[in-house]
Design a protein around this ligand. Structure first.
Ligand code: SF4
Ligand code: FES
Length: 248
């Protein structure tokens, strides 16, 4: 496959970036999108040029590190997959592919296609956990019966890998789907109810502090989410937030 890549290059957060064009040849349909970028980088290094910086880790769709806007869509044209699971057979010989970083004020560019998503870490640290007594009195998790439906919904919410595609897909750069998933995975379980009031108030406050936009129910986040996180989680978080605000 012969392709034309238009890639965002930016030296650092302060500098002004621009799109650069790179022709590439010999790309196999069975290569992953990141392997295609590896081929490009090998060629750039051979020519003494700077390789393109992009984020990746597991390359198995589980860590949430890969984060590319491909032809205007977070994680590219396929549904329910991450960039690292996208294969080149989804493109045609002769295609031009536009590759940009996830764009949001709260995700500043570090270099080229790599953005700083530590805002998500700070939202998590504000309450996205369950405090457990590990002094020897820990209760066996399986000793608390949980409705199958609640367990399934909590599990589905916990599938969020924190990739940030929901933010990149949203015209307001809202982080509601991510935060809602992190709130829901606990609010549905009895273990998570103990800190529920504090959790939702603190996580939403931190989300706003980071500069993410508001949710206007467009639903682009749900469509682009590689893990199929449902908008129902946002509705649940809104209910949780209202109830927590009334409780004070
Ligand atoms: S909700 Fe989906 S798109 Fe957003 S961070 Fe989680 S996995 Fe990624
Ligand atoms: S590199 Fe881990 S999900 Fe893509």
């Amino acid at each position: 496959m012969k392709l034309t890549l238009k890639i965002w290059r930016q030296k650092n957060a302060q500098s002004k970036g621009s799109m650069q064009t790179y022709p590439i040849d010999g790309i196999d349909g069975d290569m992953s999108f990141l392997e295609m970028l590896d081929v490009l980088n090998t060629q750039l290094i051979d020519k003494g040029e700077e390789p393109v910086v992009f984020d990746h880790d597991c390359r198995e769709g589980i860590c949430g590190t890969c984060s590319l806007q491909i032809n205007g869509e977070p994680h590219g044209p396929d549904r329910l997959i991450t960039t690292c699971q996208l294969h080149m057979r989804k493109f045609n010989d002769g295609d031009t592919i536009v590759i940009e970083p996830f764009r949001a004020k709260a995700f500043p560019v570090i270099k080229d296609l790599m953005v700083d998503r530590s805002a998500f870490d700070r939202i998590q640290q504000a309450g996205g956990y369950v405090s457990v007594n590990t002094s020897g009195n820990t209760i066996d998790a399986n000793a608390i019966p949980i409705e199958k439906e609640d367990a399934d919904e909590a599990f589905n919410a916990a599938a969020c890998i924190g990739c940030g595609a929901c933010v990149a897909a949203c015209k307001n750069a809202s982080a509601m789907l991510f935060t809602a998933a992190k709130v829901s995975q606990f609010s549905l379980l009895p273990q998570g109810r103990v800190e529920a009031t504090r959790r939702v108030l603190n996580m939403v406050e931190q989300m706003d502090k980071e500069g993410f936009g508001n949710c206007t129910n467009t639903g682009a986040c749900e469509i682009e989410c590689p893990k199929g996180i449902s908008l129902e989680n946002i509705a649940r978080m809104n209910r949780e937030y209202l109830a927590a605000s009334l409780r004070g």
